[in-house]
Design a protein around this ligand. Structure first.
Ligand code: DC
Length: 224
């Protein structure tokens, strides 16, 4: 079995493939730290929202970086992100924060701004990092790179059921259209498009549950 204390695992893929849930399960089973890099983009977006910056105002978003201090901490194995000293908590999980995160993540200066923080965390090792460009840009020499996805239909079905469970139902066709639009934008953007690293293991998990997906990733780690 590989020594996991210094291991760096890059887990990339589109929204809705279950990356965060599965990464958390792997982290819990192997005693790794789960690093949610999307939370960093969401926090930059949150600053813009809370300071009345328009999503279209790229210059103002870039200028705002001078006023932003982001820190990541791990408390009882759970990541917390502090934006200028204040825990962002669930404020980064609103639909508006998702929209702003998607907008700010396309700005090269924002990606540069968040690079050091992510690399520093990766260097400590013992991590599974979930994002879009972890294997291609943040830790191209990661011990294991997994590009995890599922068909748009499978992801739409999961999302549809999740929204229904949360009491916020949305027609399936609409959910599917949203996912397809977001995929296209993520794939085709110029900066850090969501693409597998050439040496990533590609894992399509349409027919896998959470436990099975986590076990599959653990088997990849054990076979390193
Ligand atoms: O994974 P998430 O939904 O929390 O990500 C929020 C947004 O940030 C999403 O639009 C993709 C983007 N993102 C990115 O560009 N690079 C990352 N490493 C993580 C997230």
């Amino acid at each position: 079995m590989t020594d996991t204390s210094k291991i760096r695992i890059a887990l990339d893929g589109p929204s809705g493939a279950g990356k965060s849930t599965i990464a958390k399960a792997v982290a819990a089973k192997l005693g790794l730290v789960y690093v949610d890099t999307g939370a960093l983009y969401r926090s930059v977006g949150l600053y813009a929202i809370e300071n009345g910056i328009d999503a279209d105002d790229t210059d103002a978003i870039i200028a705002s970086l001078d006023k932003i201090d982001i820190k990541m901490t791990y408390e009882n194995g759970t990541q917390k992100v502090y934006l200028n000293g204040s825990d962002v908590g669930n404020r980064i999980r609103t639909p508006e924060a998702s929209k702003y995160a998607s907008v700010v993540s396309k700005i090269p200066r924002v990606r540069e701004f968040l690079l050091g923080l992510q690399r520093e965390r990766a260097e400590e090792g013992g991590v599974i990092m979930d994002g879009r460009d972890i294997g291609t840009s943040i830790i191209p020499d990661a011990e294991l790179k997994v590009f995890m996805t599922a068909s748009a239909e499978a992801r739409a079905k999961r999302r549809f059921l999740e929204l229904e469970e949360k009491g916020m139902p949305q027609p399936y066709d609409e959910v599917l259209r949203d996912i397809e639009a977001r995929d296209k934008s993520d794939r085709e953007r110029e900066t850090a498009p969501c693409k597998p690293a050439p040496d990533a293991v590609q894992f399509v998990n349409d027919d896998y549950g959470i436990e099975e997906s986590a076990d599959y990733i653990i088997s990849l780690i054990e076979n390193l």
